[in-house]
Design a protein around this ligand. Structure first.
Ligand code: PEP
Ligand code: MN
Length: 353
């Protein structure tokens, strides 16, 4: 029986993007374990990619099977289960031979249900823990389908990991968070642990702690984070790997939200938080554009207030299907916005009245 019981404390998974050599692997594991002990933290799984599905054929593709005895040693030395990415049934069989019983299904594999089914058939009735990352495409049905394949295969446990979705529009993070997708998954599978992978989501260490906190605030059950003893020298994903000390600093300071009795309320509040974050950023961005416009008007001796232009803005906000109370509200809101914009432009541009 698949035991999808959610533990009370968050699940922490950390380790390098890839095993590069014995020294890098053991040093990373040792440093992580030292930090865990020193700060009374915990580490539920040590992660390390062995077969790397890289976009370019000349990129580092992992050391392959050679890494498995090392990982097996780490597992017994530190008594922490190790997990690796499995792309083929053969990978799962090799892991089993080396006593590794936790594997993750990567975002690239996740786009092909036929391959995922082969992996599910390989772990059928076996004591494997399967971590299903979201597929590269932002399609909840596909992610759910992959999860169901493993639940139906009756392995030991299934967890999901949100690692974001490639999106040409996303400019800040490596992948678009699309929080509504994992939050929806969480509402449908309340007992399945759903983790966030802030490393692949952000693509850069500078955003990771903030993203990790957002994930926990959304009610995610833990994190899978890339961690390397010397990130600058990493052979893959160098920019997004924390040092073990940085990982421990972040983990120590993360705050778990207090539970509310109603899971649906938590879900809706998470969606609201996402919208509010975007609104706040967009309004600030709008004001900065207003400042640019003020400068252009000043240089060209144009008046601050141009009524036809404002009429176009108002029309943009009136969309079909919006009810009357909302329309009244938006008109009031636009009035405020207009006054604030004029005020800003006049402050920047006292010559043009
Ligand atoms: C990884 O975790 O190393 C990895 C390749 O992840 P993803 O499949 O999410 O890109
Ligand atoms: Mn990686």
């Amino acid at each position: 029986m698949t035991e999808n019981k959610r533990p009370q404390r968050p699940i922490w998974i950390a380790g390098p993007c890839a095993v590069e050599c014995e020294e890098q692997l053991f040093l990373t594991a040792q440093q992580l374990v030292e930090e865990v002990q020193r700060r009374a933290l915990w580490l539920d799984y040590f992660r390390a990619g062995v077969w790397k599905p890289r976009s370019h054929p000349n990129s580092f593709r992992g050391v392959g099977e050679a890494a498995l005895p090392w990982l097996s040693e780490i597992q017994s030395k530190y008594n922490i289960p190790v997990c690796v990415e499995a792309l083929t049934p053969k990978h799962i069989e090799l892991c089993e031979q080396y006593g590794i019983h936790t594997v993750w299904i990567g975002a690239r594999t996740g786009v092909n249900p036929v391959e995922v089914q082969k992996l599910a058939d390989t772990v059928r009735h076996k004591p494997f823990t399967i971590i299903v990352k979201n597929p590269l495409v932002a399609d909840l049905a596909l992610w759910i389908g992959n999860i169901e394949r493993f639940l139906q295969a009756d392995c030991r446990m299934v967890m999901a990991v949100h690692r974001g979705f490639p999106d040409n529009k996303e400019k800040v993070f490596r992948n678009a968070p699309c929080w509504e997708i994992p939050v929806d998954l969480k509402l449908r599978y309340p007992d399945m642990p759903i983790l966030c992978d802030p490393s692949h989501l952000c693509g850069h260490v500078r955003y990771i702690p903030q993203m990790a906190q957002i994930a926990l605030s959304y009610g995610f059950n833990g994190l899978m984070t890339e961690c390397h003893c010397s990130p600058d020298n990493a052979l893959s994903d160098a920019q997004q790997q924390l040092t073990p000390i940085q990982w421990a600093d972040m983990t120590q300071h993360l705050k778990k939200p207090t539970n509310t009795p109603d899971g649906k309320l938590v879900g809706q509040r998470s969606l609201l938080e996402n919208v509010d974050n975007q609104l706040s950023q967009l309004l600030w961005q709008r004001m900065q554009i207003i400042d640019e416009i003020a400068n252009i008007k000043k240089e060209n001796h144009l008046p601050v207030v141009q009524p036809q232009q404002w009429q176009k803005v108002v029309e943009r906000y009136h969309l079909p299907g919006q009810d009357e109370p909302y329309t009244l509200f938006i008109d009031q809101f636009l009035n405020l916005l207009h006054q604030a914009s004029i005020q800003r432009q006049q402050n920047n541009n006292t010559l043009n009245e």
